[in-house]
Design a protein around this ligand. Structure first.
Ligand code: BGP
Length: 470
């Protein structure tokens, strides 16, 4: 890109993003309690829920890449790459091991003090997700997850604790990771154990309401504790294209898309969208609300919209429409190449979605996840030449630059998994996203040694030139 073609703003937040449960490991150290992610086999979100840790089974989150003990060395590499920001989550179960404890776990708090200090020392701005697929297990087994209104109080206590503790270290927050996945992975995203398909949507919308109230309370506290802090929503917002131009296909895709924006509509506009009534009526859903809930939601909206973008999806008339969804692939799109995991590669879709979201909400957008999950091999010289990954990111960043030129206010971009981490969907290590390789395989074997891939230097250049080297 020639200098005059790059439109990334001066203070653009170039970064990387991970989640505690996919990276930290140390699942039962220093007082941490078990979280949902610690008892799912064959995946962090998509596998089998054991309900407790069963001896002899391998749980990918237990060691992960042991970021808990390696963060200093990892942050040194992030700093060398030139990251301006780093997104991670706080593990709720480190701070409140059972979720309903009266007092926080001091050792858990200390860990994040050290982590944030290390980032700041290296000139890297922390961007923090409060809850990323990692609800303390007790809140699920004892209370039934977010379907229970009590979770609002537990989350509020947790949020206030971390806001007070880290107010001088963290400015950028996100309330929940991808809660629109309540519809596709209700257990991992919302601690919702679906007992009965008949009442599934009732449970999901009730849980969603609780999450909206909790998010509003958190936003309110944050502004009181640190007025210049920024609270964001974080959703999975892949665009949905009609598979054909048949009007039914076009209309259903539009309808599906509107419904997949339900969560951002509520958290950004502060009101339930008009289409909610029809969904609720048709599915006999009755959402219980307490006095004052709607006012609270109205008065405490988010400051920016964070979202993940990996791929687009297509919809054909007559395909089952869930009440709402995000991140599904839908019908095969013959125009797009796919990753080894079958995810369609669609850089223009990123420009499309930025324009769509900015037109709808007119608040800053932050791409907090984008990346290429692929298999990496060392070549005969002991190097990983990950040109496919570079290609993927480059094409997406070029489209992001176009979206900025289109007029969208985009404040940052965080590469998903700057260092290889455990895949949320499958629990594999083999599905790698990083520009830093970690020596660990799917069975948990390996030295955990970190090494740079070709994409390390490439991204370093991109950041250094503020996108001009693209
Ligand atoms: C998002 C999640 C992440 C992450 C990513 C990639 O939905 O927020 O936690 O893992 O998807 O998915 P996967 O790890 O399954 O490749």
């Amino acid at each position: 890109m020639k200098p005059n073609q790059s439109h990334f703003p001066e203070n653009f937040l170039w970064g990387g993003a991970i989640a505690a449960n996919q990276a930290e490991g140390a699942w039962n150290e220093d007082g941490k309690g078990p979280a949902i992610s610690d008892v799912i086999r064959n995946g962090i979100v998509g596998g089998t829920f054991d309900g407790e840790v069963i001896d002899g089974h391998y749980y990918a989150s237990h060691e992960a890449i042991d970021f808990y003990h390696h963060y200093k060395e990892d942050i040194a590499l992030f700093a060398e790459a030139g990251l301006k920001c780093f997104r991670t989550s706080i593990a709720w179960s480190r701070i409140f091991p059972n979720g309903d404890d009266e007092q926080p776990n001091e050792k858990g708090l200390q860990f994040y003090d050290s982590l944030f200090d290390e980032l700041l020392k290296n000139g890297i701005e922390p961007v923090i997700t409060i809850s990323h697929f990692e609800i303390p297990l007790n809140l699920i087994t004892k209370y039934g997850g977010w379907t229970n209104r009590k979770l609002i109080d537990f989350y509020e206590r947790y949020a206030v604790t971390i806001f007070k503790r880290y107010k001088d270290k963290v400015k950028y927050w996100m309330n929940f990771n991808e809660i629109n996945h309540f519809h596709t992975i209700p257990l991992a995203a919302g601690g919702i154990l679906i007992q009965d398909e008949e009442t599934k949507l009732q449970d999901i919308y009730q849980a969603s309401h609780h999450v909206f109230v909790a998010a509003a309370k958190a936003a309110k506290h944050l502004k009181e504790i640190r007025p210049d802090a920024m609270m964001g929503a974080m959703l999975s917002l892949s665009p949905i294209y009609p598979h054909t131009c048949h009007p039914e296909s076009v209309f259903e895709s539009y309808q599906l898309r509107r419904r997949s924006l339900f969560y951002s509509d509520v958290m950004i506009r502060g009101t339930y969208p008009t289409y909610a009534k029809r969904i609720w009526d048709e599915h006999h859903i009755n959402v219980q609300m307490a006095d004052g809930d709607l006012e609270l939601i109205k008065e405490n909206t988010v400051d920016y919209l964070g979202f993940s973008y990996y791929r687009s999806s297509t919809h054909e008339a007559g395909m089952k429409i869930l009440g709402n969804t995000g991140g599904i692939i839908g019908k095969d799109n013959p125009y797009l190449e796919k990753t080894d995991w079958g995810w369609p590669i669609d850089p223009l879709g990123l420009r499309y979605v930025c324009n769509e979201l900015y037109d709808r909400y007119e608040i800053p957008l932050f791409i907090v996840e984008n990346g290429f999950g692929g298999k990496d091999e060392f070549d005969k010289d002991g190097k990983i030449i990950d040109d496919e990954r570079i290609n993927y990111i480059q094409k997406h960043l070029i489209q992001l630059n176009e979206a900025i030129k289109d007029g969208c206010d985009i404040i940052g971009y965080t590469w998903w998994g700057p260092i290889d981490i455990v895949s949320a969907g499958t629990g594999e290590m083999k599905k790698r996203y990083g520009f830093i390789h970690v020596d660990k395989d799917n069975d948990g074997k390996g030295t955990l040694k970190r090494s740079k891939k070709k994409s390390f230097q490439w991204y370093q250049q991109v950041i250094k030139t503020n996108g001009q080297s693209l």
